[in-house]
Structure formats: structure tokens, C-alpha cells
Write a protein that binds this ligand. Structure first.
Ligand code: PRP
Length: 181
């Protein structure tokens, strides 16, 4: 038995993710080639996507990471966003690109986007690998979306259930028996 056996289905394969990263890379290179953007990854989930995406961007850029909490180990958002680790880089006058693994209710990125505008960023845009549009509770859209996914319990490629499954190289749906009461 391995962690692969805990999945009901594979939603996005490793190959599809890789192709999407290349596609997004081309678009983002064009968008940011003269802007020396600051890419901001939101821990922990964004780590694999950030790591792969920056390798498609052979332009001058910087990256930094933030850690925020919205879910804890619960299955639905509490609606609160708490900053556990802030940026080390000043964002004033910078072109910021948030790199996220998933937008769900939208609360995390709505809060962070407004915060970066208040801090004086020149622009704030969002690229997310996954978008769970059916779960949106606040008005926020990503500028670039890898895949729109249904409101299922997705794990892998950074996404977790109780901090496990982030190391899967693809996106899958967890079997219900693992999270049902
Ligand atoms: C997930 C995800 C986003 C956020 C999206 O992070 O990485 O940051 O939730 O949810 P929202 O659109 O409903 O705000 P999580 O808080 O689970 O932390 P993690 O990345 O450390 O797993």
C-alpha cells in the first residue's frame, strides 16, 4: 500500500501539470519580461508549483514566501486569515505576482491582494494552478488559472489533507473514507 492507494481518482496528471507550467511560463515571461516581478508563494501549498513555474521563467525576477493560515486542519474555511510569516522583501513599487496552488473560497487571496495594494505595490496579479470556482465566497479572480476543478477533496502537488499527500506529483481526489466522519 502507498499513498497513491488513498485516492479515488486522478484529476490532473503529472504530464498535464508540466505542460500547463510551460504554457503559463510563456505567458508570464511575456507579461513580466521588463518588470523584474516579485513572485510571492503562499506556503505551504504553493511550494511545488512555485518551484516548477520559476524554472519556466528565464527573466529577471525575485521570489519570496508568505505563510498564512485559513483552514488549519479543518475541511472548510474559518473565514479568517492570519499571517504566520510575512515577506522579507519590500513590495513598494514592485510588480507582485501571487503564486497559489488553489483558490477556494477566495478569502486568502482577497485579503493578501488588498494588503499588498495598501503596502504600495505597483501591481498585484495572481496565478493559481487550481481554481475551485464553485466554492467562491468573496469576489476575487485569478489573472491566470491552470485548471478549474470541481468541489471535491483534492490533494497532491502541494495540496494536503492533514499535512500529507503534498508530495504526490499529480492532483487527485481523496477517497471519502479518509475524511468522512
Ligand atoms: C490553502 C491554499 C490557499 C488557501 C485557499 O492553504 O494553499 O492558500 O487555502 O483557500 P481560500 O481560497 O478558501 O482562502 P491552506 O490554508 O490550506 O494552507 P497550506 O497551503 O499550508 O495547506
Amino acid at each position: 500500500m502507498t499513498i497513491h492507494d488513498d485516492l479515488a481518482e486522478v484529476l490532473v496528471t503529472k504530464e498535464e501539470i508540466s505542460a500547463k507550467n510551460k504554457e503559463l511560463g510563456k505567458i508570464l515571461k511575456e507579461e513580466y519580461k521588463d518588470k523584474k516581478p516579485l513572485l510571492v508563494g503562499v506556503l505551504k501549498g504553493a511550494l511545488p508549483f512555485m518551484g516548477d513555474l520559476i524554472q519556466e521563467l528565464d527573466i529577471y525576477l525575485e521570489y519570496d514566501m508568505m505563510d498564512v493560515s485559513s483552514y488549519g486542519n479543518q475541511l472548510s474555511s474559518s473565514g479568517e486569515v492570519r499571517i504566520d510569516k510575512d515577506l522579507k522583501t519590500s513590495v513598494e513599487g514592485r510588480h507582485l505576482l501571487f503564486v497559489e496552488d488553489i483558490i477556494d473560497t477566495g478569502r486568502t487571496l482577497k485579503y493578501l491582494k488588498e494588503l499588498m495594494h495598501r503596502r504600495g505595490a505597483a501591481s498585484v496579479k495572481i496565478v493559481t494552478l487550481l481554481d475551485k470556482t464553485d466554492n467562491r465566497e468573496v469576489d476575487i479572480e485569478a489573472n491566470w488559472v491552470g485548471f478549474t476543478v470541481p468541489p471535491k477533496f483534492v490533494v497532491g502537488y502541494g495540496l494536503d489533507f492533514k499535512d500529507c499527500y503534498r508530495n504526490l506529483p499529480y492532483i487527485g481526489v481523496l477517497k471519502e473514507e479518509f475524511y468522512a466522519n
